[in-house]
Unconditional design. Structure first.
Lengths: 445, 248
């Protein structure tokens, strides 16, 4: 057995490329994925613009004051605050991916909370990107906003409970600077009970009886008023703004992801296998005598694999539309995005086929390469550290998954202004991988 | 042995090879090789393993580009592509015999497609198995299809790399009968082989290649004489003696 082991090690050692791929590639991908999964920023970076004038940073409720910092301080215990000077700067930071989202507190925030009732005040959360990122924003930033909201609501409830206590037990209350003595429901009831015990005349009894009943009910149920107050948990509304396109439900985005993954696997496996087969069957040497020029051979494999994958994924989309409503008015864009994406994935496939030169090795390499890259392409900006995100962006840009997903998502879900940029990106990748595959053919003979 | 009826045809070159060389990294696989192939000539390239026989054939076939030198076709039909029969079966296992022949006939732009396919099926005696998948055929039958594909376009020059390796003696005999008939019709045939006896038996001329270098270019009898082999020594012994004398 040890001699067989030695033999296999010697064979592996001679296959430097395969050995390199088997060792270096999984390590590199595992490192990136590990970082992506575990070492994301502890606090998501959020651009913050506070438009409330300094002299109006206090929320006034009756004679009580709550500093607006009660709200923001709570928020920034869990968010990495990046102060910006203007709304434009905030938008730019979101657009560039420097921050996960932007939070804007409008100038009338404290005024509305003070004067116009609890539901009128709002803050704005601005974000960009696909549904996955939108979902990430909601699960991070919006949840922190909800926590801050709850903290503010607790302060407000404390104040309101104080007023209820005064109404129940009596005491002093200040309204617009003037101080009033309140008798309180309990004392009022006690006095009414005394009056009724003194056997007043029938007319007085008839007039006072309803007031006595009101006081009795009020005293008995005062604690319930506080319970009702506790249900007021969202004094500040959150207005969500998506920079480009529209909000995409996660299930609609999942359709785009599923279609792109299917497109990728059909194209990459088929194209790599078809090209590698020409060498495995020894037919390449026949074809290379000028019967089929290398460029034509590569082109034929790309077109065939792309056509098969295009048909499969188009049928898939049509099938999905039976369960999830899709906008058929955009079907022209679906076709375009699927077709160009399929060509790009197939170009990657032939490049893999020219590198591997054997069908089984090509299939293995296609899997090794495709899955982690698809995973990396789904990591949202702000979800990992900026440096790691930049590295992931560069890697994703060199492979067709991310631009294909962007194009298909925009085509299917109308999430962006145009798919032209993704189309241009994919066209460049088609040329790049096509040329790489053509160069790889030199090793086929 | 060359037949006398071919003598006149042998004088006109169909292929002229001059100063061809090929290097793979540090290793020089073919070194400045020059020779002619006459019309209707049957030329054997013999040599030990790694001598550069297959590399030289792939250069002649146009599959590899030489680092230096020229390969030129001459005479009638010089514009037609050189025929190529690789050592390992180079046809599609999932296609039938007829589909393979039809595909390569189309790629070779053969004018009478179905007629040519039918002719090749008859010549290879595989007409009855025309609709069988290649993968289901024996090694010998696959090799017959492999050779038939190389002949589809009726090339003026046909290159064969170890053509009889996978064949039993009866099939081998049929193959050489077939190849001899081709040369009698004017087709030049160049084949690489390890089988020295086969080269002696069928070739008009042999080239001896060792470490990429052309050591001998002449008749089998000439090689025997040059090697200084005794009367009782066969061609293989003469070949080994010759290589040793040349330092290989």
């Amino acid at each position: 057995m040890r001699w067989m082991l030695l033999k296999d090690l010697q064979i592996l050692w001679r296959s430097k490329l395969l050995l390199g791929l088997l060792i270096v590639y999984p390590i590199a991908i595992a490192t990136l994925m590990g970082f992506a999964l575990s070492s994301g920023p502890e606090k998501p970076r959020v651009a913050f613009l506070n438009q409330v004038p300094e002299n109006r940073s206090t929320i006034r409720l009756g004679d009580k004051k709550i500093d607006a910092d009660t709200y923001t301080d709570k928020l920034f215990t869990a968010i990495d605050r990046v102060d910006v000077e203007s709304r434009e700067e905030a938008l730019e930071k979101v657009r560039s991916g420097a921050v996960l989202s932007a939070l804007i507190v409008p100038p009338d925030f404290t005024t509305k909370l003070s004067n116009s009732g609890l539901s009128a005040a709002s803050v704005e959360v601005i974000y960009n990107g696909d549904a996955l990122k939108q979902s990430f924003v909601r699960s991070t930033v919006s949840s922190k906003l909800a926590e801050a909201d709850a903290a503010l609501a607790k302060e407000i409830n404390g104040l309101a409970s104080g007023y209820i206590d005064v109404i129940l037990n009596g005491g002093k209350i200040e309204i617009i600077g003037a101080s009033f003595d309140i008798l309180g429901l309990k004392e009022s009831k006690r006095r009414l009970d005394s009056v009724m015990k003194a056997s007043p005349d029938a007319r007085t009894r008839r007039l006072v009886q309803p007031v006595q009943d009101f006081a009795t009910i009020g005293v008995a149920n005062a604690d319930r008023f506080k319970d009702v107050l506790n249900t007021v948990e969202k004094p500040v509304a959150v207005k969500e703004t998506v920079l480009s396109g529209r909000r995409t439900p996660l299930d609609a985005f999942a359709i785009a992801v599923a279609v792109t993954v299917s497109l990728m696997f059909v194209c990459v496996l088929l194209a790599s296998g078809l090209l590698a087969l020409e060498r495995e069957e020894n037919t390449f040497t026949r074809l290379a005598r000028g019967l089929v020029p290398g460029g034509q051979l590569i082109g034929e494999k790309i077109v065939l694999a792309a056509a098969c994958a295009f048909a499969v994924t188009l049928v898939m989309l049509m099938g999905v539309s039976a369960f999830v409503p899709l906008d058929w008015g955009r079907s022209g864009l679906w076709v375009l995005a699927l077709a160009v994406g399929a060509l790009a994935f197939s170009a990657l496939g032939v490049a893999i086929g020219s590198l591997a030169r054997e069908v089984r090795a090509a299939s293995l390499l296609a899997f090794l390469l495709s899955l982690p890259l698809a995973f990396l392409a789904l990591v949202p900006s702000g979800g990992v550290s900026p440096l790691l995100y930049d590295i992931i962006q560069v890697i994703s840009a060199v492979f067709p998954f991310k631009p294909s997903l962007d194009a298909i998502n925009r085509a299917v879900n109308d999430t962006g202004p145009s798919i032209a940029q993704s189309m241009a990106h994919l066209a460049a990748l088609i040329v790049f991988f096509g040329v790489a595959a053509r160069a790889g053919l030199k090793r086929f003979a | 042995m060359a037949s006398t009826s071919k003598t006149a045809a042998l004088e006109a070159p169909a292929l002229v090879v001059r100063g061809v060389g090929k290097r793979f990294g540090e290793r020089e696989a073919v070194k400045d090789v020059s020779f002619d192939v006459a019309r209707g000539e049957l030329l054997a390239i013999i040599g030990p393993n790694g001598a550069g026989k297959t590399t030289l054939l792939t250069i002649l076939a146009g599959i590899r580009t030489p680092d230096g030198g020229t390969v030129e076709q001459q005479g009638p039909n010089a514009d037609k592509r050189i025929g190529w029969v690789p050592q390992h079966t180079a046809v599609y296992a999932k296609l039938t015999v007829a589909q393979n022949l039809r595909l390569f006939a189309r790629l070779e732009k053969v004018s009478d497609l179905e007629g040519t396919v039918q002719r090749m099926l008859e010549q290879t005696a595989l007409a009855e198995r025309a609709d069988d998948e290649l993968g289901s055929l024996s090694g010998g039958n696959r090799q017959r299809v492999n050779i038939a594909v190389g002949l589809l376009a009726d090339p003026p020059v046909l290159l064969l790399d170890e053509p009889s390796g996978a064949l039993d003696p009866r099939q081998r005999q049929r193959l050489w009968g077939f190849i001899t008939a081709l040369t009698e019709r004017g087709t030049s045939v160049v084949f690489a082989t390890h089988d020295i006896a086969e080269a002696e038996r069928h070739a008009d001329r042999v080239l001896v290649l060792a470490d990429g270098e052309l050591l001998f270019n002449g008749s089998p009898a000439g090689l025997h004489t040059l090697a200084g082999a005794a009367e009782h020594e066969d061609m293989e012994q003469a070949f080994v003696r010759f290589l040793a004398a040349q330092g290989h």
